[in-house]
Structure formats: structure tokens, C-alpha cells
Design a binder for this molecule. Structure first.
Ligand code: SAM
Length: 257
């Protein structure tokens, strides 16, 4: 049975997928990644094709191929795959609506999209610092959380910089503020955007839930915040939708009917 969960590692996400669907003899397309062959061979799919802009074009054997490509322009004919699998990638796909159209096109009738990913942009830690390098130190949201809940949604670049630089050195505060506002690593879609696009799509939504779990410890610097009042103002504006903004990782299961 599919249940919402954090997309902690590709092994865990793949195990959940393989535990819910029988992949034996099936054609599977992986979007945004390249799972190790060792993970998939025991499930004996007919083919596994992994598409990612960072992949090399490489055929490992008759069963497994990696392809350099994009979800918005999948290099495959119509009705090719039984399953689409994706781990921690959907929140990185720009023009997501176009990608969903491609998923529908390349799936066979009754085919399934399974994806677990996050944190999404609207989440408390949706600024999603990942591999941010400053002076030889790498900052990841799950290890060195620097940005308090929803500050990337509440404050502009200057305000974030002012807050961060009250405790962090100038260069680090600038690097983080620039990353939040300029990085194209995330698609910046909010929970409502996913919901709208999936409901509008021709897919039957079999599962679409998010989790508020965190999965790591948070110790934030004790910032001076001259703009504290903006938090209250933002929460009032968001109102009842605050629960949607608490959702971090989403799990999606769609069927082509
Ligand atoms: C955080 S990584 C996840 C990789 C792997 N699935 C994992 O769980 O470790 C996100 C991946 O999505 C890929 N990606 C970004 N935009 C994409 C697109 N338009 N189509 C396919 N993959 C994309 C990135 O290149 C990156 O490899």
C-alpha cells in the first residue's frame, strides 16, 4: 500500500516503488537520476531507461540504459513504458506541466507514474540549500540549516541578506541570499501548483499526498530580524492554506486510463 513518506534516499524510494508494483518483464523509465543497476536487477524489468540531463548516453546491458535527456522532451515513442519512476527530481523540473504531458505520451495505457520528492519550494525549508559552497565548506539544508521556516517566501533578497548577516559573515550571507533568489536548481513550484497541474492532466490521480516530517535536526543561528512583523503578515495572508505550506515531500502515483 502506498503511504506518504520522506524521499530520504533513492534506495528507500526505489524499495517502496518496487514493493508496490511488480516490475518483472516491464519497461520502466526513470526520470531525473540513474539508479545503480544492482538495485533494479533483482526486480527483473524488461528494460530500465534512466533519463537525466546529467546522464551519459550509455548502454550497460540489454536491460539497462542511461540517456542524457529531459523530462520535457523524452526521447521515446508514444506508448513505450509501463512505469515511470522518479526520486527527488520532480521539484527540479522546470515547465513541469510539459513534463506531465510527456509522461502521459510515453506511458502505455494503464501505465503508472510513481514519484517521491522534496522539499518543494513552498515547504518551510523549501529554499532547499544543496551543495552551496562557500570558502570550501558545503552547505546543505539537511545538515547546516541556515534559513528559518519560509523566510525564502516571506522576505526579498535584501531582507534575507540583512537577517543572515546579523550572525553570519558577509560573504556567506551574500552567497546564501543569492542562491535562494537566483539558483535555477529548483522549479519553485508550490504545493498548489502541483495540485492544479495534476488535476488538470489526463491522468487518474491514484495517490497525491505530502508529509510534514522533517527527518533532520534544526539548530538555527539566533538572528536579529528587523522585519519580524512580516512573518505574521505572511501567515495572515496564507490563512487556512498554511497546512499546505507545511508539506515538504510529496508522493505521487498517476495512472494513464
Ligand atoms: C536531487 S537530484 C536526484 C537524483 C537521484 N534521483 C537521487 O535521488 O539521488 C535531481 C535530479 O533531477 C535532474 N533533473 C533536473 N531537471 C530535469 C529535467 N528537466 N528532466 C529530467 N531530470 C532533471 C537533475 O539533473 C538531477 O540529477
Amino acid at each position: 500500500m502506498i503511504k506518504s513518506s520522506l524521499a530520504l534516499s533513492e534506495y528507500e524510494v526505489f524499495s517502496d516503488f518496487a514493493g508496490n508494483f511488480n516490475l518483472s518483464g516491464k519497461a520502466v523509465l526513470e526520470i531525473g537520476g540513474c539508479l545503480p543497476y544492482e538495485y533494479i536487477k533483482g526486480c527483473n524489468p524488461k528494460v530500465w531507461v534512466a533519463v537525466d540531463p546529467r546522464n551519459e548516453d550509455k548502454t550497460l546491458n540489454e536491460q539497462y540504459k542511461s540517456v542524457k535527456g529531459f523530462a520535457q522532451l523524452i526521447p521515446a515513442p508514444n506508448n513505450t513504458y509501463d512505469y515511470i519512476f522518479s526520486c527527488n527530481a520532480f521539484h527540479h523540473i522546470s515547465q513541469f506541466e510539459q513534463a506531465v504531458k510527456e509522461f502521459f505520451r510515453v506511458l502505455k495505457p494503464n501505465g503508472v507514474v510513481y514519484s517521491n520528492f522534496g522539499p518543494i519550494w513552498s515547504a518551510p525549508d523549501g529554499s532547499h540549500l544543496e551543495n552551496v559552497n562557500y570558502n570550501g565548506k558545503v552547505y546543505n539544508f539537511w545538515e547546516n540549516r541556515i534559513v528559518p521556516d519560509w523566510y525564502h517566501l516571506i522576505y526579498n533578497c535584501r531582507e534575507i541578506f540583512d537577517i543572515l548577516s546579523s550572525r553570519l559573515e558577509y560573504g556567506l550571507a551574500k552567497t546564501i541570499a543569492e542562491y535562494i533568489y537566483l539558483s535555477s536548481w529548483l522549479n519553485r513550484m508550490e504545493y498548489e501548483d502541483y495540485s492544479r497541474i495534476l488535476k488538470k492532466s489526463p491522468f487518474k490521480i491514484e495517490f497525491f499526498e505530502g508529509t510534514t516530517e522533517l527527518g533532520y535536526e534544526v539548530t538555527l543561528p539566533d538572528y536579529d530580524n528587523p522585519y519580524e512583523w512580516k512573518v505574521k503578515e505572511w501567515k495572515e495572508r496564507v490563512g487556512d492554506r498554511l497546512n499546505d505550506y507545511r508539506l515538504r515531500d510529496l508522493k505521487i502515483c498517476l495512472r494513464k486510463v
